[in-house]
Design a protein around this ligand. Structure first.
Ligand code: HEC
Ligand code: HEC
Length: 172
């Protein structure tokens, strides 16, 4: 089936995208939401899905194949989210694109792909991202390494932590 045609189908028949247990009906956790409502039909990880299928144009999230506004798609019932859950998922997608762009612009040149760098050089210790051999906390280290500032550091640390644990989303 051609992607554009199936998007039309998905729009006309939102109940086709209505799979998923009602236990998540109230969930506000973006990882639970993605896993329960989207992963059945799309990539296992939100990060992969966003990198492959979502673009940002003028600050708006758009489907890469269909060129549709993601907000419009989800608001019409695709994935069967409540309006509040739509906001959670959209914010999460922005977060993924932000972290991906930061890593690409500031780190890739020396460290290569985030997922490989994180898995070979970093680890989690008591919930804190650390250098696997140096044992130093990455958020402290980045204050004087890599030219990120403020919230950019926490965004990248969060994304790299996700690469290490593999539980939530992958960057690239
Ligand atoms: C029942 C299956 C199903 C579920 C569940 C589902 N989708 Fe989809 N989705 C599709 C199909 C089919 C398409 C159109 C073909 C394509 O691009 O993969 C699509 C298209 C999209 C697109 C447009 C992609 C593009 O390249 O234009 C986005 C964005 C999207 N879905 C997001 C989501 C999100 C977010 C969720 C969870 C809240 C979700 N979908 C849940 C089946 C599903
Ligand atoms: C100009 C090349 C360069 C750039 C750009 C760069 N790094 Fe590094 N990075 C290195 C080198 C070389 C080391 C190893 C030397 C050291 O540990 O001080 C390192 C070490 C690290 C470590 C420490 C790992 C440990 O074992 O403690 C982390 C974490 C890290 N980089 C993350 C980043 C992030 C995130 C960015 C982007 C914001 C970035 N780096 C940008 C070259 C770079």
């Amino acid at each position: 089936m051609k992607p554009r045609f199936s998007i039309v189908l998905a729009l006309l028949f939102p109940f086709l995208a209505a799979a998923g247990p009602s236990a998540v009906a109230q969930s506000a956790d973006p990882h639970d939401l993605y896993e329960q409502r989207c992963a059945g039909c799309h990539s296992e990880h939100a990060g992969e899905f966003v990198q492959e299928s979502v673009l940002r144009e003028d600050g708006k999230l758009m489907g890469r194949d269909g060129g549709m506004s993601v907000r419009a798609l989800l608001s019409r019932g695709h994935g069967k989210l409540t309006p509040a859950q739509v906001e959670v998922v959209l914010a999460h997608f922005h977060e993924i694109l932000d972290a991906g762009a930061l890593f690409r612009d500031n780190c890739v040149i020396c460290h290569g792909r985030a997922v490989l760098f994180a898995r070979s050089h970093l680890g989690m210790k008591d919930g804190v991202l650390v250098g696997r051999y140096s044992d130093r906390a990455v958020d402290d280290f980045l204050k004087s390494h890599g030219r990120l500032e403020g919230s950019e550091i926490s965004a990248v640390v969060k994304a790299l932590s996700n690469q290490v644990t593999g539980e939530t989303y992958r960057l690239n």
